[in-house]
Design a protein. Structure first.
Length: 385
């Protein structure tokens, strides 16, 4: 069990680097739009390609359940992700950069995210909830640090320097887990057993469960809210107030509060889904107030409150689903993350089109609507599951 904890703790820094890699796009989005003269739905293509890559990986990774060792997949995904970021940093051709976003989503948001979440569940049977939440708290820490550092890096070295910095960051923070994992097999007991192999019966049983479908709906609408907020908040502040600094502060504030939420929410009394439901309703209210007010400071406060109240949602929903499938956690974790990335594919292009027709200020009002719908499905889960 001590070795399991060492593996769990050594996996945490990877989430910081993974989060930083995912935080690049909001920071360099306006630069890419200007550099390549992107219009309308084209502005959302890069984020959608990340989610499309993740969706493709997650759909395929279900076949890998029980057939590969998770530490190997995690390590190879990090190495490949570093190489992709390096290529994006030295490339000045959008026709090469766009498929690189797909590959980044495939290896990072797809394989890495699914396998590291399910591996932490495997390593901590019977007590996985707090560990998964802490894992995602480290993701939040990366989201806190990265926008500020990358914003300064972009101002001094351009978007290319941002990609190169993220590549180095990912490779270095992968090393503790890789070195710890190299000792696997020399311990008295295996750190975590391999999942059982997936079959059609297990897939059918998963999708026939009402609780699973409601959890997927909760995940989709929460992810749609978070994705839209994280991707567009900097551009929204630039458009409305001509100040990218407000956006960086709002984004970092969201991740600060998201991180705090992920540390403390599992320790509060009450059912996890009850905390999700009660968190999303006031989040919708605060986001609506922030957008309607037109004040950058009210919007920054709303972003922070959204993180503080709803930041635990993704790890909570993943663990709520996966903990019922001990010995076969890869599939439910992957399906929950598929819901995340389905929202990530749809929302950026939708927002780009809506912003082109009605302006970003009007289109982004969908944020509180989606948060409210997420809260509704959480209530349905509590009442019916």
């Amino acid at each position: 069990m001590k070795y399991n904890l060492r593996l769990t703790y050594s996996a945490m820094p990877i989430m910081i680097a993974y989060s930083a890699a995912m935080a690049i796009l909001p920071v360099v989005l306006s630069s890419l739009i200007s550099e390549f003269s992107l219009n309308g739905g084209e502005k959302g293509l890069m984020s959608s390609f990340i989610s499309l890559g993740a969706f493709t990986a997650l759909a395929g990774s279900t076949y890998l359940q029980g057939r590969v060792r998770k530490p190997l997949v995690i390590t190879l995904s990090c190495i490949t992700g570093s190489i992709i970021l390096l290529v994006m940093g030295i490339s000045r051709n959008f026709t090469l950069i766009l498929p690189c976003f797909f590959l980044l989503g495939f290896f990072m948001s797809g394989l890495l995210d699914a396998f590291i979440n399910s591996y932490v569940v495997d390593l901590n049977p019977g007590n996985s909830g707090p560990h998964v939440s802490v894992l995602h708290a480290w993701y939040g820490a990366g989201g806190l640090i990265a926008p500020v550092i990358f914003q300064q890096t972009a101002m001094r070295g351009g978007r290319q320097a941002v990609f190169l910095l993220a590549a180095a960051f990912l490779f270095l923070l992968m090393l503790p887990f890789t070195i710890t994992g190299m000792k696997a097999g020399r311990e008295p007991a295996p750190a975590a057993k391999m999942d059982s192999k997936l079959n059609l019966k297990a897939i059918g049983e998963f999708f026939s469960g009402k609780r699973n479908l409601l959890l997927l709906a909760c995940m989709f609408f929460y992810s749609a809210t978070q994705n839209t907020h994280v991707l567009w908040i900097i551009l929204y502040m630039i458009t409305l107030h001509n100040n990218p600094g407000y956006g960086a502060i709002a984004l970092s504030g969201f991740w600060v509060c998201c991180t705090l939420c992920r540390f403390f929410a599992p320790r509060l009394p009450g059912r996890p889904i009850l905390k999700f439901t009660l968190g999303m309703f006031p989040s919708a209210v605060f986001l609506a107030i922030g957008l309607i007010s037109g004040s950058p400071f009210v919007m920054i406060a709303a972003s922070c409150l959204f993180g503080l109240l709803g930041g635990h949602s993704i790890p909570t929903l993943i663990n709520e689903c996966a903990r019922h499938y001990q010995g076969a956690t890869t599939f439910p974790s992957s399906i929950m993350l598929l819901s995340v990335h389905t929202a990530g594919m749809v929302m950026p292009v939708f927002m780009g089109v809506m912003a082109g027709h009605f302006s970003l200020q009007n289109a982004i009002i969908i944020l509180p609507v989606m948060a409210l719908v997420a809260s509704f499905f959480g209530l349905m889960y509590l009442l019916r599951a």
